[in-house]
Design a protein around this ligand. Structure first.
Ligand code: GLA
Length: 385
């Protein structure tokens, strides 16, 4: 990728660029817990967004996306949301940096990558993270990764309109080879948990669907969690987020008032507990125990949080009775994208062939399967591919 992106950049803009990369992420457990001040357990993967970038002497911002075969030009005095979607993940970052008092000069930037879009692997967060990292380097802004993560997250809120939590940007920036990150989204304390999965491969099945209610429903889930908090707060004023809530509080103050809000909140409270258990399973190398938690999580996401969809449910259900699959569940915000599966090495090929065939029969859609490895977070790109 480094060789190709450099050549593409030189052909388009001239000059010698610097190259940076930022990975997509999976999440082992802890879905929709981040914006509830809870715990998550994501990991960066071997699929990345790459940028080639160089400074300009003037204030022009020239962008080019190889994937879309499309350019976009503006200048640093005129950063606002564009009608095209992809430049917004870049411009949103420039906007945040400017709002935080950083001077950003003009630049040429070419973007490319191999994270499938809309697959729940956070390609948008990877764009934000690689851009903030690259701008931090070329304009010597002196930001730490811990400072970059919330700015990249805010860029998504303001320029993409999704009120996402911190998980995706954090995972992309802080990933570590062969490790997941146990992140406390309240204190921002984190711990690297080794993911030893001898005998199993981590396989993603991409449903290749992304239902367009994803972002509106995401924002709705956030406000449903807030509604639950408001009901409890009247009786427990110290409660700030679902992180502080117990099952008893939900039984006493939410269940009698609103059954739907109760289901949403119950899922989050249970999921937080599951993440802590999953970390213990990983430390013990107990992939079976981890896997059954993944199935429980999927159940919660499907029936209580209601962010799954029939294509994804088909893929998870398909694996349930297969004893070579330790666990499977949807990954990311929901309404399509990928399932994550821990599958015995020897069974991957046969299962992939079977599930692809039957998924096609069931939905008419093509399934894509990827084996993923866990990799380091955002940084300069050294390898020439
Ligand atoms: C999206 C958001 C994250 C997180 C997940 C669900 O990926 O960007 O912040 O909320 O959904 O766990």
């Amino acid at each position: 990728m480094r060789g190709k992106i450099t050549a593409d950049f030189i052909a388009r803009f001239g000059g010698q660029p610097l190259i940076f990369r930022s990975p997509g992420r999976i999440n082992i457990l802890g879905e929709h817990t981040d914006y509830n001040d809870g715990f998550v357990l994501p990991a960066a993967i071997d699929k990345c967004i790459y940028v080639a970038i160089s400074k300009r002497a003037d204030g022009k911002v020239n962008l080019y996306a190889t994937d879309f075969n499309e350019g976009f030009t503006t200048d640093t005095g005129n950063i606002r949301p564009a009608s095209l979607q992809w430049p917004n993940y870049i411009l949103g970052v420039v906007d945040q940096l400017q709002k935080h008092g950083h001077t950003i000069g003009g630049f040429n930037l070419l973007i490319d990558g191999d994270i499938p879009i809309g697959a729940g692997l956070s390609s948008s967060a990877a764009v934000e993270c690689v851009v903030i990292y690259a701008l931090n380097e070329i304009f010597a802004l002196g930001l730490s990764r811990m400072q970059m993560a919330p700015l990249a997250q805010k860029a998504e809120h303001v320029f993409a309109g999704v009120n996402c939590g911190i998980m995706d940007q954090f995972a992309s920036l802080f990933g570590k080879k062969d490790h997941a990150i146990k992140l406390d989204c309240r204190s921002m304390e984190y711990e690297y948990v080794p993911v030893k999965h001898e005998g199993y491969k981590i396989i993603l099945f991409n449903s290749n669907v992304k239902h367009n209610l994803a972002s509106s429903e995401y924002n709705t889930r956030r406000s449903q969690c807030e509604s639950g908090i408001a009901m409890i707060k009247q009786f427990h004023p110290s409660v700030k987020k679902l992180r502080d809530v117990t099952m008893n509080m939900l039984h006493d103050h939410v269940e009698p008032v609103d059954g739907l809000i109760y289901k949403r909140c119950r899922y989050v409270v249970e999921e937080n507990e599951r993440v802590l258990g999953a970390c213990e399973d990983l430390k013990k190398g107990d992939i079976k125990a981890l896997g059954s938690k993944m199935y429980e999580t999927h159940r919660g996401l499907r029936f209580d949080y209601e962010v799954s969809c029939k294509e994804i449910d088909f893929l998870v259900d398909y694996t349930r009775s297969n004893e070579d699959v330790a666990g499977a569940r949807m990954v990311g915000g929901g309404f399509g994208g990928c399932t994550i599966n821990f599958i015995k090495d020897h069974a991957v090929e046969k299962l992939t062939a079977g599930i692809s065939r039957d998924y096609k029969k069931e939905t008419g859609l093509r399934l894509t399967a990827y084996e993923v490895s866990l990799e380091d977070g955002t940084g300069p790109c050294m390898t020439v591919l």
